[in-house]
Design a protein around this ligand. Structure first.
Ligand SMILES: Nc1ncnc2c1ncn2[C@@H]1O[C@H](COS(=O)(=O)NC(=O)[C@@H](N)CS)[C@@H](O)[C@H]1O
Length: 438
C-alpha cells in the first residue's frame, strides 16, 4: 500500500477523552473513530489489525475441532423468554421493536439462539461432541462504556458453544477450548493467564477467565509468577488425546481474579517472592454450564440407552475487538505502538527519506514492488513529509520493520533496517533487504 493513497488520519495531539494508552494510541494512529458512546468506526489501519486477530482466533478454533457458522446480530425476544434470561439480563440488553411491533433484541451473546439451532437438527448422542462458533458483533448497553474498545457497547466477539452427552464429555470439550485459548493468545504475542472466575449471567459452575496482565486492566488479579513461564502447547497438540495434564499444569499454579481470590490459599501456597498482585484485562472467558439452557429449552438427544436427556453445554468467548486494545496495552512505548508481527497491520514500512530524488524514488519503488510480489504486507511512505515526520508516523503506528532509504546510504548500495520492537538498526545491502524481509 502507498501511504499517499491510503486513508490514515493520524492525530497530532493526544485526544483529551482518551484515559488509557491504548485508547489514546488507537485514536492518534488513525485506527478508530467514535461514532457514539461505546460505538466505533474501525478505520483502515485498525480494521487490518482486527481482521488479523480474528483470523488467528479462527485458525485455533478450527484446529480444536470447532465448526464456524454465522448467527444474526438481531434475535427474537421470545427466544430469550424461553430460557428466562429476557428479563434477567437487565438494562444491558438493547430491546428493539420492528415495524410490525415484533420484539427483537441486539444479541449480547448467543446461548439461546445456538441451542435453538442445535435442537432443531440434532436428536442423537451419535452426533456429539459438537462445537459450533461464530465471530459476530454483540451489543451490551454498558452503563459506562470507557477505555475505547476495551469496554465498548458494540463489540466483536468469537463465541463458541459445545454440546455433549454428559458432564465428563462436556469437560473434554471445555479442556479443548482451554488449550485452544492458550495457543490463541500466545500467537498474538500475549501472555494470557487462565484464572478461575465467577460465572455471572452466563451461568454454570466452572469458568476460567484469560487475563493479560496490564496496569490499566479492570480485573484485580493474584497469581504465582511461575504461571508466566508455563509452556504453551504446540500446534501438534492432540485435541483427541488426554488434555488433562496440560490443564493440570496450568491450574495447579495459583492464579485467581479478585472476585474468587482465596487469600489463605495464596499465602500458604505461593512463596513471598513469587506473589504477583496486579491488574489484568480479560480477553476471553470459558464456561461449563451443564443443562442450564438444554433444560429450559428442551435440547435433548437420545442417549446410548435410547432415553432422551438434555445435553451438557459450555460457551467460550474471546473479545476480538478488545484484543486490539489489550495488545497495545501490552506492546507500546513512548513513541507509539509496537505490534507483534502476527497481528501488525503491515509487516514492513518503507520510508523514502528524500522524496523526489530520482535514485531514492527508484530504489523505493523497486523494493516496494519486490516485497509486494512476495506477498509481504508493506506500507510505502511515499508522502512528501520530512524524514523526521516519517519516522514519527512509522513509530506511532507500530510497523514491526522499517526500511530507511536515502541518497547517502544508496551511494554505497545500502539501506537501514530498523526493528520497531527494540529500536535496533542495521545497515544492509539494498539487494539483501527483500530476502531479509520476505
Ligand atoms: N463491553 C465489552 N467490550 C469489549 N469486549 C467485551 C465486552 N464485554 C465482554 N467482552 C469480551 O467478550 C468476552 C466474552 O464475553 S463473556 O461475557 O465473558 N462471555 C460470553 O458472552 C459467553 N457467551 C461466551 S460465548 C470477554 O472475555 C471479553 O473479552
Amino acid at each position: 500500500m502507498r501511504l499517499s493513497r491510503f486513508f490514515l488520519p493520524i492525530l497530532k495531539e493526544n485526544p483529551k477523552e482518551a484515559e488509557i494508552v491504548s485508547h489514546r494510541l488507537m485514536l492518534r494512529a488513525g485506527m478508530l473513530r467514535q461514532e457514539a458512546a461505546g460505538i466505533y468506526a474501525w478505520l483502515p489501519l485498525g480494521h487490518r489489525v482486527l481482521k488479523k486477530i480474528e483470523q488467528i482466533v479462527r485458525e485455533e478454533q478450527n484446529r480444536a475441532g470447532a465448526i464456524e457458522l454465522l448467527m444474526p446480530t438481531l434475535q427474537l425476544a421470545d427466544l430469550w423468554r424461553e430460557s428466562g434470561r429476557y428479563d434477567a439480563y437487565g438494562p444491558e440488553m438493547l430491546r428493539i421493536a420492528d415495524r410490525h411491533k415484533r420484539e427483537l433484541l441486539y444479541g449480547p451473546t448467543n446461548e439461546e439462539m445456538i441451542t435453538e439451532i442445535f435442537r432443531a437438527y440434532v436428536k442423537s448422542y451419535k452426533s456429539l461432541p459438537l462445537n459450533l462458533y461464530h465471530i459476530q458483533w454483540k451489543f451490551r448497553d454498558e452503563q459506562r462504556p470507557r477505555f475505547g474498545v476495551m469496554r465498548g457497547r458494540e463489540f466483536l466477539m468469537k463465541d463458541a458453544y459445545s454440546f455433549d452427552v454428559d458432564e465428563a464429555a462436556a469437560r473434554k470439550s471445555y479442556n479443548r477450548m482451554f488449550v485452544a485459548y492458550l495457543r490463541t493468545f500466545a500467537r498474538m504475542g500475549l501472555k494470557a493467564i487462565p484464572m478461575r472466575a465467577e460465572t455471572g449471567p452466563i451461568g454454570g459452575d466452572l469458568s476460567h477467565e484469560f487475563i493479560v496482565l496490564a496496569d490499566t486492566g479492570e480485573s484485580g488479579v493474584y497469581c504465582d509468577r511461575d504461571v508466566l513461564n508455563l509452556p504453551v502447547p504446540g500446534e501438534d497438540v492432540d485435541y483427541d488425546g488426554d488434555l488433562t495434564p496440560i490443564i493440570q499444569q496450568w491450574t495447579s499454579v495459583y492464579a485467581a481474579t479478585e472476585d474468587v481470590h482465596d487469600a489463605a490459599r495464596y499465602e500458604s501456597e505461593v512463596p513471598e517472592a513469587n506473589r504477583l498482585n496486579t491488574r489484568g484485562i480479560e480477553v476471553g472467558q470459558i464456561f461449563y454450564f451443564g443443562t442450564k439452557y438444554s433444560d429450559s429449552m428442551k435440547a435433548n438427544v437420545a442417549g446410548p440407552d435410547g432415553a432422551d436427556a438434555p445435553i451438557h453445554g459450555g460457551s467460550y468467548g474471546v473479545g476480538v475487538s478488545r484484543l486490539v486494545g489489550a495488545i497495545i496495552e501490552a506492546c507500546h512505548d513512548e513513541n507509539g505502538i509496537k505490534w507483534p508481527e502476527e497481528v501488525a497491520p503491515f509487516r514492513v514500512a518503507i520510508l523514502n527519506l528524500k522524496q523526489g530524488d530520482a535514485q531514492t524514488d527508484a530504489a523505493c519503488e523497486q523494493l516496494y514492488r519486490e516485497l509486494a510480489a512476495k506477498g509481504v504486507d508493506v506500507l510505502y511512505d511515499d508522502t512528501d513529509q520530512r524524514a523526521g515526520a516519517k519516522f514519527a508516523t512509522a513509530d506511532l503506528i507500530g510497523i514491526p520493520w522499517q526500511v530507511l532509504v536515502g541518497p547517502k546510504g544508496l551511494a554505497d548500495g545500502k539501506v537501514e533496517l530498523k526493528r520497531r520492537s527494540d529500536g535496533s538498526r542495521e545497515t544492509i545491502a539494498l539487494a539483501e533487504a527483500v530476502a531479509r524481509l520476505a
